[in-house]
Write a protein that binds this ligand. Structure first.
Ligand code: TRP
Length: 492
Protein backbone atom coordinates (compact mmCIF):
# COMPACT_ATOMS: atom_id res chain seq x y z
CA UNK A 1 0.00 0.00 0.00
CA UNK A 2 0.96 3.64 -0.32
CA UNK A 3 3.32 5.26 2.11
CA UNK A 4 1.32 6.70 4.96
CA UNK A 5 1.89 10.30 5.84
CA UNK A 6 0.38 13.01 7.91
CA UNK A 7 -1.88 14.74 5.43
CA UNK A 8 -2.24 17.93 7.38
CA UNK A 9 0.66 20.00 6.12
CA UNK A 10 -0.63 20.65 2.62
CA UNK A 11 -0.15 24.37 2.77
CA UNK A 12 3.32 24.16 4.20
CA UNK A 13 5.74 23.07 1.50
CA UNK A 14 7.61 19.97 2.61
CA UNK A 15 10.99 21.42 1.71
CA UNK A 16 10.61 24.65 3.66
CA UNK A 17 12.20 23.37 6.84
CA UNK A 18 15.69 22.00 7.16
CA UNK A 19 15.45 18.23 7.17
CA UNK A 20 17.75 16.42 9.53
CA UNK A 21 16.04 13.24 10.58
CA UNK A 22 16.39 10.04 8.63
CA UNK A 23 13.13 9.57 6.77
CA UNK A 24 11.58 7.33 4.17
CA UNK A 25 10.59 8.61 0.73
CA UNK A 26 7.12 10.18 0.74
CA UNK A 27 5.04 10.73 -2.39
CA UNK A 28 1.30 11.35 -2.14
CA UNK A 29 -1.03 14.17 -3.18
CA UNK A 30 0.06 16.28 -0.21
CA UNK A 31 3.77 15.61 0.19
CA UNK A 32 6.64 14.92 -2.18
CA UNK A 33 10.03 14.25 -0.63
CA UNK A 34 12.90 11.90 -1.47
CA UNK A 35 14.43 9.63 1.17
CA UNK A 36 16.58 11.38 3.78
CA UNK A 37 19.64 9.34 4.76
CA UNK A 38 21.29 9.13 8.18
CA UNK A 39 23.39 12.22 7.40
CA UNK A 40 20.33 14.32 6.61
CA UNK A 41 21.04 14.23 2.87
CA UNK A 42 17.92 14.21 0.67
CA UNK A 43 18.17 11.59 -2.07
CA UNK A 44 16.65 11.75 -5.54
CA UNK A 45 13.08 10.46 -5.73
CA UNK A 46 13.13 6.75 -6.54
CA UNK A 47 10.46 6.36 -9.21
CA UNK A 48 10.94 2.62 -9.67
CA UNK A 49 10.06 2.19 -6.03
CA UNK A 50 6.85 4.15 -6.59
CA UNK A 51 5.87 1.90 -9.50
CA UNK A 52 6.31 -1.10 -7.17
CA UNK A 53 4.53 0.45 -4.20
CA UNK A 54 1.63 1.88 -6.17
CA UNK A 55 1.31 -1.18 -8.39
CA UNK A 56 1.46 0.74 -11.67
CA UNK A 57 3.26 -0.40 -14.83
CA UNK A 58 6.34 1.12 -16.42
CA UNK A 59 5.93 2.34 -19.97
CA UNK A 60 8.27 0.12 -21.97
CA UNK A 61 9.58 0.22 -25.54
CA UNK A 62 6.96 -2.24 -26.71
CA UNK A 63 4.11 -0.03 -25.50
CA UNK A 64 5.74 3.02 -27.08
CA UNK A 65 6.05 1.16 -30.39
CA UNK A 66 2.39 0.25 -30.23
CA UNK A 67 1.42 3.85 -29.41
CA UNK A 68 3.36 4.99 -32.47
CA UNK A 69 1.76 2.32 -34.66
CA UNK A 70 -1.75 3.09 -33.50
CA UNK A 71 -1.50 6.90 -33.70
CA UNK A 72 0.93 7.17 -36.61
CA UNK A 73 2.82 9.77 -34.57
CA UNK A 74 6.28 9.71 -33.02
CA UNK A 75 5.92 9.59 -29.21
CA UNK A 76 6.41 12.92 -27.42
CA UNK A 77 9.92 13.48 -26.06
CA UNK A 78 8.56 13.10 -22.50
CA UNK A 79 7.66 9.54 -23.46
CA UNK A 80 10.89 8.88 -25.32
CA UNK A 81 12.93 10.08 -22.32
CA UNK A 82 11.02 8.38 -19.53
CA UNK A 83 9.60 11.65 -18.12
CA UNK A 84 6.13 10.21 -18.67
CA UNK A 85 7.15 6.83 -17.34
CA UNK A 86 4.29 4.83 -15.85
CA UNK A 87 0.66 3.94 -16.55
CA UNK A 88 -2.45 1.97 -15.65
CA UNK A 89 -4.36 0.31 -18.50
CA UNK A 90 -3.07 2.55 -21.28
CA UNK A 91 -3.42 -0.51 -23.57
CA UNK A 92 -7.19 -0.48 -23.07
CA UNK A 93 -7.34 3.12 -24.31
CA UNK A 94 -5.29 2.19 -27.38
CA UNK A 95 -7.64 -0.76 -28.03
CA UNK A 96 -10.59 1.61 -27.93
CA UNK A 97 -8.90 4.18 -30.13
CA UNK A 98 -8.15 1.49 -32.71
CA UNK A 99 -11.79 0.45 -32.75
CA UNK A 100 -13.02 4.04 -32.91
CA UNK A 101 -14.71 3.78 -29.49
CA UNK A 102 -14.95 6.93 -27.39
CA UNK A 103 -12.76 7.91 -24.43
CA UNK A 104 -11.77 11.29 -23.02
CA UNK A 105 -8.85 13.02 -21.34
CA UNK A 106 -9.12 14.34 -17.80
CA UNK A 107 -6.59 16.35 -15.85
CA UNK A 108 -6.67 19.14 -13.28
CA UNK A 109 -5.01 21.72 -11.13
CA UNK A 110 -5.41 22.92 -7.59
CA UNK A 111 -5.55 26.74 -7.79
CA UNK A 112 -3.41 27.50 -4.74
CA UNK A 113 -1.78 30.69 -6.02
CA UNK A 114 -1.29 32.97 -8.99
CA UNK A 115 2.30 31.85 -9.36
CA UNK A 116 2.34 29.09 -11.92
CA UNK A 117 5.82 27.65 -12.47
CA UNK A 118 7.40 25.50 -15.17
CA UNK A 119 6.77 22.37 -13.10
CA UNK A 120 3.02 22.99 -13.29
CA UNK A 121 3.06 23.23 -17.08
CA UNK A 122 4.65 19.80 -17.66
CA UNK A 123 1.50 17.62 -17.32
CA UNK A 124 -0.46 20.19 -19.32
CA UNK A 125 2.08 20.24 -22.16
CA UNK A 126 1.78 16.49 -22.33
CA UNK A 127 -2.02 16.64 -22.14
CA UNK A 128 -2.05 19.01 -25.12
CA UNK A 129 -0.01 16.49 -27.09
CA UNK A 130 -2.49 13.76 -26.17
CA UNK A 131 -5.40 15.95 -27.25
CA UNK A 132 -3.73 16.81 -30.57
CA UNK A 133 -2.82 13.16 -31.13
CA UNK A 134 -6.10 11.46 -30.27
CA UNK A 135 -8.54 14.28 -31.10
CA UNK A 136 -10.78 13.60 -28.08
CA UNK A 137 -12.57 15.76 -25.48
CA UNK A 138 -10.53 17.07 -22.58
CA UNK A 139 -11.89 17.95 -19.16
CA UNK A 140 -9.81 20.13 -16.85
CA UNK A 141 -10.86 20.32 -13.21
CA UNK A 142 -9.90 23.28 -11.01
CA UNK A 143 -10.07 22.03 -7.43
CA UNK A 144 -10.70 25.31 -5.62
CA UNK A 145 -12.55 23.36 -2.90
CA UNK A 146 -9.51 21.14 -2.35
CA UNK A 147 -7.21 24.11 -1.92
CA UNK A 148 -9.60 25.65 0.61
CA UNK A 149 -9.97 22.40 2.57
CA UNK A 150 -6.26 21.64 2.66
CA UNK A 151 -5.08 25.11 3.59
CA UNK A 152 -5.17 26.60 7.07
CA UNK A 153 -5.45 30.19 5.95
CA UNK A 154 -6.89 30.56 2.46
CA UNK A 155 -10.45 31.83 2.10
CA UNK A 156 -12.98 30.59 -0.45
CA UNK A 157 -12.86 33.96 -2.20
CA UNK A 158 -9.09 33.72 -2.50
CA UNK A 159 -9.03 30.26 -4.13
CA UNK A 160 -11.91 31.17 -6.43
CA UNK A 161 -9.90 34.20 -7.52
CA UNK A 162 -6.97 31.99 -8.46
CA UNK A 163 -9.24 29.94 -10.72
CA UNK A 164 -9.52 32.73 -13.27
CA UNK A 165 -5.79 33.39 -13.59
CA UNK A 166 -4.93 29.67 -13.46
CA UNK A 167 -7.47 28.99 -16.22
CA UNK A 168 -5.72 31.64 -18.35
CA UNK A 169 -2.35 29.99 -17.73
CA UNK A 170 -3.76 26.61 -18.70
CA UNK A 171 -5.45 27.97 -21.84
CA UNK A 172 -2.12 29.56 -22.84
CA UNK A 173 -0.64 26.06 -23.20
CA UNK A 174 -2.68 25.91 -26.40
CA UNK A 175 -5.76 23.74 -25.86
CA UNK A 176 -8.48 23.62 -28.50
CA UNK A 177 -11.62 25.40 -27.21
CA UNK A 178 -13.90 23.19 -29.32
CA UNK A 179 -12.68 20.10 -27.43
CA UNK A 180 -11.89 21.43 -23.95
CA UNK A 181 -14.09 22.03 -20.91
CA UNK A 182 -12.55 23.71 -17.86
CA UNK A 183 -14.59 23.88 -14.66
CA UNK A 184 -14.24 24.95 -11.03
CA UNK A 185 -15.64 22.60 -8.40
CA UNK A 186 -17.43 25.42 -6.57
CA UNK A 187 -19.27 26.26 -9.81
CA UNK A 188 -19.91 22.88 -11.40
CA UNK A 189 -20.83 20.54 -8.51
CA UNK A 190 -24.50 19.59 -8.84
CA UNK A 191 -26.71 17.47 -11.08
CA UNK A 192 -25.14 14.42 -12.68
CA UNK A 193 -21.70 15.27 -11.28
CA UNK A 194 -22.98 15.43 -7.71
CA UNK A 195 -24.85 12.16 -8.12
CA UNK A 196 -21.57 10.53 -9.12
CA UNK A 197 -19.70 12.15 -6.24
CA UNK A 198 -22.19 10.65 -3.81
CA UNK A 199 -22.11 7.26 -5.55
CA UNK A 200 -18.35 7.22 -5.17
CA UNK A 201 -18.31 8.43 -1.57
CA UNK A 202 -20.84 5.76 -0.57
CA UNK A 203 -18.32 3.12 -1.58
CA UNK A 204 -15.32 4.46 0.33
CA UNK A 205 -15.03 3.76 4.02
CA UNK A 206 -13.16 5.93 6.50
CA UNK A 207 -10.68 3.09 6.91
CA UNK A 208 -9.92 3.07 3.20
CA UNK A 209 -9.50 6.84 3.02
CA UNK A 210 -7.12 6.69 5.97
CA UNK A 211 -5.10 3.87 4.45
CA UNK A 212 -4.85 5.60 1.09
CA UNK A 213 -4.23 9.19 2.18
CA UNK A 214 -2.99 8.93 5.75
CA UNK A 215 -5.76 10.96 7.40
CA UNK A 216 -6.15 10.84 11.17
CA UNK A 217 -8.79 11.70 13.78
CA UNK A 218 -7.97 15.39 13.57
CA UNK A 219 -8.38 15.64 9.79
CA UNK A 220 -11.39 17.73 8.84
CA UNK A 221 -14.12 15.68 7.20
CA UNK A 222 -14.05 17.80 4.04
CA UNK A 223 -10.57 16.51 3.34
CA UNK A 224 -11.67 12.95 3.90
CA UNK A 225 -14.52 13.38 1.45
CA UNK A 226 -12.60 15.32 -1.19
CA UNK A 227 -11.30 12.21 -3.00
CA UNK A 228 -14.80 11.40 -4.17
CA UNK A 229 -14.97 14.77 -5.98
CA UNK A 230 -11.63 14.38 -7.74
CA UNK A 231 -12.56 10.76 -8.48
CA UNK A 232 -16.07 11.36 -9.86
CA UNK A 233 -14.60 13.56 -12.60
CA UNK A 234 -13.17 10.33 -14.07
CA UNK A 235 -16.68 9.23 -15.05
CA UNK A 236 -18.07 10.48 -18.37
CA UNK A 237 -21.60 10.40 -16.95
CA UNK A 238 -20.66 13.42 -14.82
CA UNK A 239 -20.73 15.49 -18.05
CA UNK A 240 -24.06 14.96 -19.83
CA UNK A 241 -23.57 18.17 -21.88
CA UNK A 242 -20.55 16.51 -23.50
CA UNK A 243 -21.36 12.80 -23.60
CA UNK A 244 -25.17 12.82 -23.55
CA UNK A 245 -27.89 12.04 -21.01
CA UNK A 246 -28.02 8.28 -21.52
CA UNK A 247 -26.13 6.98 -18.48
CA UNK A 248 -26.32 3.42 -19.72
CA UNK A 249 -24.08 4.55 -22.57
CA UNK A 250 -21.88 7.03 -20.74
CA UNK A 251 -20.87 4.85 -17.77
CA UNK A 252 -18.88 2.75 -20.23
CA UNK A 253 -16.75 5.63 -21.56
CA UNK A 254 -13.37 5.67 -19.78
CA UNK A 255 -11.05 8.58 -18.99
CA UNK A 256 -7.35 8.64 -19.70
CA UNK A 257 -5.82 10.75 -16.93
CA UNK A 258 -2.43 12.34 -17.52
CA UNK A 259 -1.03 13.46 -14.16
CA UNK A 260 2.05 13.62 -11.99
CA UNK A 261 2.52 10.35 -10.08
CA UNK A 262 1.52 11.92 -6.72
CA UNK A 263 -2.14 12.03 -7.90
CA UNK A 264 -2.28 8.26 -8.38
CA UNK A 265 -3.87 7.48 -4.95
CA UNK A 266 -7.08 9.31 -5.91
CA UNK A 267 -7.49 7.24 -9.01
CA UNK A 268 -6.41 3.93 -7.54
CA UNK A 269 -9.34 4.44 -5.21
CA UNK A 270 -11.68 5.44 -8.08
CA UNK A 271 -10.66 2.38 -10.10
CA UNK A 272 -11.46 0.11 -7.15
CA UNK A 273 -14.92 1.60 -6.80
CA UNK A 274 -15.57 1.60 -10.58
CA UNK A 275 -14.90 -2.13 -10.63
CA UNK A 276 -17.69 -2.65 -8.08
CA UNK A 277 -20.32 -0.34 -9.62
CA UNK A 278 -22.96 -0.97 -12.23
CA UNK A 279 -25.60 1.27 -13.74
CA UNK A 280 -28.70 -0.79 -14.70
CA UNK A 281 -26.45 -3.78 -15.27
CA UNK A 282 -23.78 -1.86 -17.18
CA UNK A 283 -20.34 -1.74 -15.53
CA UNK A 284 -18.57 1.55 -14.87
CA UNK A 285 -15.40 2.05 -16.91
CA UNK A 286 -12.24 2.25 -14.80
CA UNK A 287 -10.13 5.30 -15.58
CA UNK A 288 -6.74 4.69 -17.21
CA UNK A 289 -3.72 6.69 -16.13
CA UNK A 290 -0.47 7.93 -17.56
CA UNK A 291 2.04 9.31 -15.03
CA UNK A 292 4.77 11.93 -15.27
CA UNK A 293 7.64 12.38 -12.88
CA UNK A 294 8.28 15.77 -11.24
CA UNK A 295 10.35 18.61 -12.56
CA UNK A 296 13.00 18.84 -9.83
CA UNK A 297 13.36 21.95 -7.67
CA UNK A 298 16.39 24.11 -8.45
CA UNK A 299 17.99 22.71 -5.28
CA UNK A 300 18.08 19.14 -6.59
CA UNK A 301 16.19 15.99 -7.58
CA UNK A 302 15.02 15.18 -4.01
CA UNK A 303 11.91 17.33 -4.28
CA UNK A 304 9.72 19.24 -6.72
CA UNK A 305 9.38 22.96 -7.37
CA UNK A 306 7.25 24.82 -4.86
CA UNK A 307 5.08 27.80 -5.74
CA UNK A 308 5.63 29.28 -2.28
CA UNK A 309 9.45 29.14 -2.37
CA UNK A 310 10.63 31.65 -4.94
CA UNK A 311 14.18 30.34 -5.27
CA UNK A 312 13.01 26.73 -5.78
CA UNK A 313 11.22 27.40 -9.07
CA UNK A 314 11.22 29.16 -12.42
CA UNK A 315 7.87 30.94 -12.66
CA UNK A 316 5.97 31.52 -15.89
CA UNK A 317 6.04 35.26 -15.07
CA UNK A 318 9.81 35.44 -14.51
CA UNK A 319 11.79 37.83 -16.70
CA UNK A 320 14.74 36.56 -18.78
CA UNK A 321 17.05 38.09 -16.20
CA UNK A 322 15.34 36.42 -13.25
CA UNK A 323 15.61 33.08 -15.04
CA UNK A 324 19.30 33.64 -15.65
CA UNK A 325 20.03 34.61 -12.06
CA UNK A 326 18.03 31.74 -10.56
CA UNK A 327 19.74 29.10 -12.67
CA UNK A 328 23.19 30.55 -12.11
CA UNK A 329 22.71 31.04 -8.37
CA UNK A 330 20.51 28.13 -7.29
CA UNK A 331 20.56 25.29 -9.83
CA UNK A 332 22.20 22.30 -8.16
CA UNK A 333 25.28 21.28 -10.13
CA UNK A 334 26.60 17.83 -10.90
CA UNK A 335 29.98 19.35 -11.75
CA UNK A 336 33.17 18.87 -9.79
CA UNK A 337 34.53 21.36 -7.27
CA UNK A 338 37.50 22.52 -9.33
CA UNK A 339 37.84 22.99 -13.05
CA UNK A 340 40.84 20.70 -13.07
CA UNK A 341 38.96 17.87 -11.41
CA UNK A 342 35.93 18.43 -13.67
CA UNK A 343 38.06 18.26 -16.81
CA UNK A 344 39.52 15.00 -15.52
CA UNK A 345 36.45 13.23 -14.16
CA UNK A 346 33.50 14.96 -15.85
CA UNK A 347 30.13 15.93 -14.37
CA UNK A 348 27.18 13.84 -13.20
CA UNK A 349 24.16 14.56 -15.42
CA UNK A 350 21.84 12.39 -13.33
CA UNK A 351 21.80 14.94 -10.49
CA UNK A 352 22.67 18.10 -12.39
CA UNK A 353 19.53 20.24 -12.38
CA UNK A 354 20.43 22.27 -15.48
CA UNK A 355 20.88 19.06 -17.44
CA UNK A 356 17.67 17.59 -16.01
CA UNK A 357 15.74 20.68 -17.15
CA UNK A 358 17.14 20.26 -20.65
CA UNK A 359 15.64 16.77 -20.76
CA UNK A 360 12.26 18.44 -20.30
CA UNK A 361 12.69 21.50 -22.48
CA UNK A 362 15.23 20.74 -25.21
CA UNK A 363 13.40 18.76 -27.86
CA UNK A 364 16.34 17.92 -30.11
CA UNK A 365 17.52 14.41 -29.11
CA UNK A 366 20.87 14.71 -30.86
CA UNK A 367 21.78 18.01 -29.26
CA UNK A 368 20.80 16.67 -25.85
CA UNK A 369 23.02 13.63 -26.36
CA UNK A 370 25.90 15.82 -27.50
CA UNK A 371 25.58 17.94 -24.34
CA UNK A 372 25.37 14.83 -22.15
CA UNK A 373 28.58 13.36 -23.56
CA UNK A 374 30.42 16.69 -23.43
CA UNK A 375 29.46 17.27 -19.79
CA UNK A 376 30.16 13.74 -18.63
CA UNK A 377 33.60 13.70 -20.23
CA UNK A 378 34.52 17.03 -18.70
CA UNK A 379 34.73 18.81 -22.03
CA UNK A 380 31.80 21.05 -21.05
CA UNK A 381 31.88 23.03 -17.81
CA UNK A 382 28.96 23.78 -15.48
CA UNK A 383 28.84 27.44 -16.59
CA UNK A 384 28.43 26.42 -20.22
CA UNK A 385 25.75 23.85 -19.41
CA UNK A 386 23.86 26.41 -17.34
CA UNK A 387 24.07 28.92 -20.21
CA UNK A 388 22.31 26.43 -22.53
CA UNK A 389 19.69 25.70 -19.89
CA UNK A 390 19.07 29.43 -19.39
CA UNK A 391 18.63 29.94 -23.15
CA UNK A 392 16.11 27.11 -23.44
CA UNK A 393 14.09 28.15 -20.39
CA UNK A 394 14.03 31.78 -21.50
CA UNK A 395 12.74 30.65 -24.88
CA UNK A 396 10.07 28.39 -23.32
CA UNK A 397 8.85 31.02 -20.85
CA UNK A 398 8.83 33.85 -23.43
CA UNK A 399 6.75 31.80 -25.88
CA UNK A 400 4.30 31.06 -23.06
CA UNK A 401 4.10 34.74 -22.09
CA UNK A 402 3.28 35.71 -25.69
CA UNK A 403 0.34 33.28 -25.79
CA UNK A 404 -0.76 34.17 -22.25
CA UNK A 405 -0.99 37.87 -23.15
CA UNK A 406 -3.67 37.01 -25.70
CA UNK A 407 -5.96 35.15 -23.28
CA UNK A 408 -8.67 37.44 -21.87
CA UNK A 409 -11.74 36.98 -19.67
CA UNK A 410 -13.90 36.24 -22.72
CA UNK A 411 -11.66 33.31 -23.64
CA UNK A 412 -11.91 31.95 -20.11
CA UNK A 413 -15.70 32.21 -20.29
CA UNK A 414 -15.71 30.29 -23.55
CA UNK A 415 -13.66 27.39 -22.11
CA UNK A 416 -15.65 27.28 -18.87
CA UNK A 417 -19.11 27.41 -20.36
CA UNK A 418 -21.23 24.26 -19.97
CA UNK A 419 -21.66 23.36 -23.64
CA UNK A 420 -21.31 20.49 -26.10
CA UNK A 421 -17.81 19.80 -27.47
CA UNK A 422 -16.76 18.75 -30.97
CA UNK A 423 -14.08 16.17 -31.67
CA UNK A 424 -13.11 13.73 -34.38
CA UNK A 425 -11.49 10.69 -32.73
CA UNK A 426 -9.56 8.23 -34.84
CA UNK A 427 -9.93 9.10 -38.55
CA UNK A 428 -8.93 5.56 -39.54
CA UNK A 429 -11.22 3.70 -37.18
CA UNK A 430 -14.56 3.72 -39.03
CA UNK A 431 -13.16 1.48 -41.78
CA UNK A 432 -12.84 -1.86 -40.06
CA UNK A 433 -10.45 -4.18 -41.83
CA UNK A 434 -11.28 -7.72 -40.76
CA UNK A 435 -8.40 -9.95 -39.66
CA UNK A 436 -7.38 -12.35 -42.44
CA UNK A 437 -6.95 -16.00 -41.50
CA UNK A 438 -3.59 -16.54 -43.22
CA UNK A 439 -2.11 -13.86 -40.99
CA UNK A 440 -0.71 -11.51 -43.61
CA UNK A 441 -2.93 -8.65 -42.54
CA UNK A 442 -0.92 -5.48 -42.18
CA UNK A 443 -2.30 -3.37 -39.35
CA UNK A 444 0.18 -0.55 -39.44
CA UNK A 445 -0.37 2.39 -41.74
CA UNK A 446 2.13 2.90 -44.54
CA UNK A 447 3.21 6.43 -43.80
CA UNK A 448 1.70 7.22 -40.44
CA UNK A 449 -0.59 9.81 -41.97
CA UNK A 450 -3.80 7.85 -41.69
CA UNK A 451 -3.57 6.29 -45.12
CA UNK A 452 -3.88 2.58 -45.71
CA UNK A 453 -1.23 0.25 -47.06
CA UNK A 454 -1.56 -1.19 -50.58
CA UNK A 455 -2.37 -4.52 -48.98
CA UNK A 456 -5.20 -3.02 -46.97
CA UNK A 457 -6.58 -1.17 -49.98
CA UNK A 458 -6.51 -4.36 -52.06
CA UNK A 459 -8.37 -6.25 -49.36
CA UNK A 460 -10.89 -3.49 -48.99
CA UNK A 461 -11.49 -3.46 -52.76
CA UNK A 462 -11.92 -7.26 -52.76
CA UNK A 463 -14.45 -6.96 -49.94
CA UNK A 464 -16.32 -4.26 -51.81
CA UNK A 465 -16.48 -6.40 -54.94
CA UNK A 466 -17.69 -9.41 -52.98
CA UNK A 467 -20.36 -7.23 -51.32
CA UNK A 468 -21.44 -5.89 -54.74
CA UNK A 469 -21.66 -9.42 -56.20
CA UNK A 470 -23.72 -10.58 -53.26
CA UNK A 471 -26.06 -7.60 -53.57
CA UNK A 472 -26.43 -8.18 -57.32
CA UNK A 473 -27.33 -11.86 -56.76
CA UNK A 474 -29.85 -10.96 -54.10
CA UNK A 475 -31.41 -8.40 -56.42
CA UNK A 476 -31.74 -10.95 -59.23
CA UNK A 477 -33.25 -13.48 -56.88
CA UNK A 478 -35.80 -10.97 -55.65
CA UNK A 479 -36.71 -10.00 -59.20
CA UNK A 480 -37.22 -13.65 -60.15
CA UNK A 481 -39.37 -14.23 -57.11
CA UNK A 482 -41.46 -11.16 -57.91
CA UNK A 483 -41.90 -12.32 -61.48
CA UNK A 484 -42.99 -15.77 -60.33
CA UNK A 485 -45.50 -14.29 -57.95
CA UNK A 486 -46.92 -12.14 -60.75
CA UNK A 487 -47.93 -15.25 -62.73
CA UNK A 488 -46.69 -17.09 -65.86
CA UNK A 489 -47.69 -14.35 -68.32
CA UNK A 490 -45.30 -11.90 -66.80
CA UNK A 491 -42.24 -14.08 -67.23
CA UNK A 492 -41.87 -13.37 -70.92
N1 TRP B 1 -5.43 17.59 -6.94
C1 TRP B 1 -4.75 18.23 -8.05
C2 TRP B 1 -3.85 19.33 -7.53
O1 TRP B 1 -3.80 19.62 -6.37
C3 TRP B 1 -5.71 18.77 -9.07
C4 TRP B 1 -6.37 17.70 -9.89
C5 TRP B 1 -7.71 17.39 -9.88
C6 TRP B 1 -5.76 16.83 -10.82
N2 TRP B 1 -7.98 16.39 -10.75
C7 TRP B 1 -6.82 16.01 -11.35
C8 TRP B 1 -4.45 16.68 -11.28
C9 TRP B 1 -6.55 15.05 -12.32
C10 TRP B 1 -4.22 15.70 -12.25
C11 TRP B 1 -5.26 14.89 -12.75
O2 TRP B 1 -3.14 19.96 -8.28
Amino acid sequence: MATKVDATAHDEPSNSEPVQKQQKQTVDPYNVQGEVDENGVVKAIDYNKLVDEFGTKKIDDELLARLERVTGKRPHHFLRRGIVFSHRDLELILDRYERGEPFFLYTGRGPSSDSVHVGHTIPFEFTKWLQDTFDVPLIIMLTDDEKYLFSEKKTIEEVQGYCNSNAKDIIAIGFDPAKTFIFSDFDYVGGAFYRNIVRLSKHITLNQARAIFGFNESSNIGRIHFGSIQGATSWASSFPHIFGEDEKETVGIPALIPCAIDQDPYFRMTRDVSARLKYQGKPYAKPSLIHALFLPALQGPGTKMSASIDESAIFMRDTPNQIKNKINKHAFSGGKVSEEEHRQLGGDTSVDVAFQYLRFFLEDDEELERIKVAYETGEMLTGELKAICIRELQRYVAAFQDRRAKVDDETVKLFMETRPLKWGGNPRAPIVIPKVENGDADESPADGEGKMTKNQLKKLEKMRQAEAKKAQKAKEKAEQAAAKAAGPSATV
